[in-house]
Design a protein around this ligand. Structure first.
Ligand SMILES: [Zn+2]
Length: 483
């Protein structure tokens, strides 16, 4: 029984945990690296794990840093099953196809450069293609939440709601070796409690080993209610100025959450009934997928739908599909709200809207998600007065720029500890993953101090024999200096 960390170890992307068991090899998540440093090399999956020898991929959720290399795994010979929830399977179709289009475009661009610069080395290839995605989707095996499923004798799994995005799960794995049973829990990404639409995370009852994420392990989020109040006030003041509110939002998750709050404001009369445009083909499709999966909704959301008050259908909501419809929004002079992707303004239709609105003092650009360093969103948020949206075009930033941070899809340190406390009834060994070093160490220290558990902070390619207690003891985390 060996557990190896092939990605998302002291970093946040590329989730891949390889579990070698007597019943067969299991890969938990198969995510794409999305960092700045050599992602192409890391994403080649040259990991000596033998894709053909993997029988199951257990997939926690559809985000590309967890699912994005499944098509490549398939291309390299994987012919097992991808076991995941039905909603994750549907979202993967949307997100993996989108990612394959990007891979193909990137490869075309690299190929041009390769030809221009004297053909050094082999010609660049996309990591995987749309065709690879279509084929790998055939291997997806949807399962329900909370049902124990025997994958093979001695190997049982169960998916529990992780409250992170639609379909997201923590996965319990029971392994029998000889007459002993061991249970490993993979947290996946854990959501914050009390968010709309989705249920709160449901921690499994106990475990012998826990692999827990630490994305926000060193943070404390602002209370959500505070951000919702600010959202309402920002919209009100922009309407008073007769301006537009432009919201860059991730197509899956954040867009639907913002719609939930806007529907509530409009129905309660907290803001006037103005047009709300959702202008992102992917967000429109993702919203359709949300509609198809009421089994993932919390009680409040189900009650809203039963009383015909779905946040995905409210007065003023306008779904924009074609480019022509999208361009027509620019002619709209009265106050309105425009939600568009991408969330960090790096691509998609949001850029066309930025071009029209950045220069208008009466408009507001409102960020509701994290803006990574090096993105256009971050540049504007950091106060740039002039930005380049398209090549050879610079634009003055005169509009109001606002940011809300209470919409995070990741639990903060308190949320992670509360989740772990519920799992930790029989004092498991804990592996802290999926966080930058600072976040991973901060969470590890808090786990040791507050819960008294034995903690490990693996590096990429670290491998553990889970039954070797002496080795586990000697490799345990000893609190480094944390600044
Ligand atoms: Zn995620």
């Amino acid at each position: 029984m060996r557990l190896s960390f092939l990605g998302a170890a002291r970093q946040v992307t590329g989730s891949k945990f390889w579990l070698q068991t007597p019943a067969g090899n299991v890969l938990v998540d198969c995510g794409l690296y999305q960092g700045q440093e050599h992602p192409r090399v890391q994403n080649n999956l040259d990991l000596n794990i033998g894709p053909a020898d993997i029988k199951w991929v257990l997939l926690t959720h559809a985000h590309i840093d967890h699912s994005g290399l499944i098509p490549r795994l398939y291309k390299l010979g994987f012919r097992g099953q991808v076991v995941t929830t039905a909603a994750t399977a549907d979202l993967c179709e949307l997100m993996l196809l989108d990612s394959a289009h990007i891979q193909e475009e990137d490869a075309k661009f690299d190929l041009k450069k390769w030809r221009r610069y004297g053909r050094p080395g082999p010609p660049p290839q996309p990591l995987h293609t749309v065709q690879d995605v279509q084929q790998c989707l055939q291997t997806f095996q949807p399962v329900a939440y909370d049902e124990k499923i025997q994958l093979a004798p001695g190997l049982v799994v169960r998916f529990r709601d992780a409250g992170h995005i639609l379909g997201s799960a923590s996965i319990e794995v029971w392994l029998t070796e000889g007459d002993q049973e061991h249970k490993i829990v993979f947290s996946g990404d854990i959501g914050s409690p009390n968010r709309p639409i989705l249920r709160d995370p449901q921690p499994p009852p106990e475990a012998d080993f826990v692999v827990i994420e630490s994305t926000s392990g060193d943070r404390r989020h602002k209370p959500r209610a505070e951000s919702v109040t600010r959202l309402r006030n920002i919209i009100r003041t922009t309407i008073k100025r007769r301006g537009h509110v432009l919201i860059p939002a991730f197509a899956v998750g954040r867009t639907q959450e913002v719609l939930f709050e806007l529907a509530d404001f409009i129905r309660a009369g907290d803001i006037p009934q103005i047009p709300v445009f959702v202008d992102s083909p992917m967000a429109v499709e993702a919203t359709e997928i949300f509609r198809r999966h009421p089994e993932c909704f919390d009680q409040e959301m189900n009650q809203l739908i039963q009383s015909d008050q779905s946040p995905f259908r409210f007065p003023g909501l306008q779904i924009v599909r074609t480019r022509e419809e999208s361009m027509r929004i620019n002619d709209f002079r009265k106050p309105c709200i425009i939600i568009s992707a991408s969330g960090m303004c790096t691509g998609g239709r949001i850029r066309h809207h930025l071009r029209h609105h950045l220069g208008h003092r009466q408009d507001t650009l409102l960020f509701v998600g994290y803006q990574a360093a090096g993105t256009l969103g971050r540049e504007i948020l950091d106060g740039a007065k002039r930005v380049q949206i398209f090549p050879r075009e610079t634009h003055r930033v005169r509009c109001k720029v606002e940011s809300l941070d209470g919409f995070s899809a990741h639990a903060d340190q308190a949320g992670l500890l509360a989740w772990l406390e519920r799992v930790a009834s029989n004092t498991p060994d804990v592996f802290v993953v999926h966080g930058e070093e600072q976040a991973a160490f901060a969470l590890s220290k808090a786990i040791v101090d507050r819960l008294g558990l034995r903690v490990h902070v693996p590096e990429v390619f670290d491998s553990y024999d889970l039954l070797d207690t002496v080795s586990l003891q000697t490799r345990a985390f000893h609190s480094p200096a944390i600044t």
